[in-house]
Ligand binder design. Sequence first.
Ligand code: AMP
Ligand code: GLY
Length: 417
Amino acid sequence: MKVLVIGGGAREHALCRSLAHDPDVTAVHCAPGNAGIAEIAELHPVDVLDGAAVAALAAELDVQLVVVGPEAPLVAGVAEAVRQRGIAAFGPSALAAQLEGSKAFAKDVMEAAGVPTARSRVCSTAEEVDAALDTFGAPYVVKDDGLAAGKGVVVTGDRAEARNHALACDRVVIEEFLDGPEVSLFAVTDGETVVPLQPAQDFKRALDGDRGPNTGGMGAYSPLPWAEPGLVDEVRHKVLQPTVDELRRRGMPFSGLLYAGLAITSRGVRVIEFNARFGDPETQVVLARLRTPLARLLHAAATGELAQLPPLSWSEQAAVTVVIASHNYPGTPRTGDPINGLEEAGDTAEEAYVLHAGTKRDADGRTVSAGGRVLSVTATGADLAAARAGAYRAVSRIRLDGSHHRSDIAARAAADS
Ligand code: AMP
Ligand code: GLY
C-alpha cells in the first residue's frame, strides 16, 4: 500500500514513522512535511486546505490511502474531496469535523447522545457572558467557539480576565469547571465500529507544575498507571459509541480519529472536548506503543471495514514525549534558529528518537526552527521512569537557542507507579 500523509508536525512525523515500519506499506509520502519527515518519506508541496489539490496529488502518486493529520484541512473538507476522487481517506467530512471545529455543535451532539460533559452556555453578548459567569462561578472556563489550536480557552479565577477573553471573541462557550486529572483517549472509527486506542495524558500548560498559559501540548505519556482498568471500556460505552451513533443518525457519519479529551472528576468521567484528529503530542506516545501495523487499521476505518479487524496489540512498554518549544511560544514564536545535537539525541539510547514538529532546512542545508513547537523527543522504556529518563537524556543533547521545555512530563505518574 502507498500512503500519503497530509500535515507537517510531530504527529505526522509519528504517523509516517509507524507507516514506514509497516510491512504492508511500500511508500510513504507526506505533504508538506518537515525536515525530519523528509528522512523517512517523500515530501511534496501542497496547499493542505485545498481539497482538489490534495486529491490530485493523491491520484498522481497513485496512493491507496490518504491520512489527513491536522484539523484545519478536515474542517475544510479535504478528506471528502479525496474520497470523491475514489481514494480511501482517513479523516471525517467537514460536517462531522465540526465536532472539533465548533464547541457549540459538540455540546449539542453530546446533549442529544447523553454524553457526560460540563454544563455550559453559548454566549454572544456581554449580558449573556455576565449571566453565565455568575451562574457557573469561579474558576471560570471561557472557550472561543472556533478552532484555536488549544489556545482559545481561558481557565481563570479572575472574573475580569474571563470577561475580557469572552468579549474579545465573537461567540464563546462558558462552562462549569471540571476538577480531576485529564485523559486523552483516541478511537479509530469507520462511522459505526469504534476501536479505542490506549489512553495518554497531555500537559497543556507551558510551564512546570501546570503553570503558565495553555499551549497545544508540551509533552505526554502512556500508559496511565493511575487510571482505573475499566476506563477505556467505560468511555467507549458512555462517550465514544453514543457520539459516533448520534452523528450517523444526523446523516453526518464520523470516520477517522475521534479524540475525547476527558476529565476524571469526583462525579465521574466528563468530556472536556472532542477533536476530529490524532492529538499532538499524545499521538507520539500512543503510536510508540501500538504493535498492530498502522496502515491496515487506518485503511479499514477509511473503508468501513473496522468490524473485521482483529483486536489491537499493544507493547507492554511505557512511552514519554517531551516537546521542545521556540523562544516565546505560545506567544508569537521566534523561528529560524539552528537546531544542533539532533544526531547525538537519537544516539543516546536506541529507545529514544526525535520527532520534528516545526522544522525546515534553510538555504545552507541546516535544520532550523520553523514553528512554536519545534521537536517532540520521544522514548520508550520498561516503565514510565525509564522512558522518562530516556526522553530527558535525549532532550539534554539538543541545542536550540532560546528554547524551553517542561522538566516535569510524566514525573508524578512515574514516581507513583
Ligand atoms: P479545550 O480546548 O476545550 O481542550 O481546553 C483546553 C484546556 O483547558 C483543557 O485541556 C483543560 O485543561 C482546560 N479546560 C477546558 N475546559 C475545562 C473545564 N470545563 N474545566 C476545567 N478545565 C477545563
Ligand atoms: N494535545 C492536544 C491536542 O492535540 O489538541
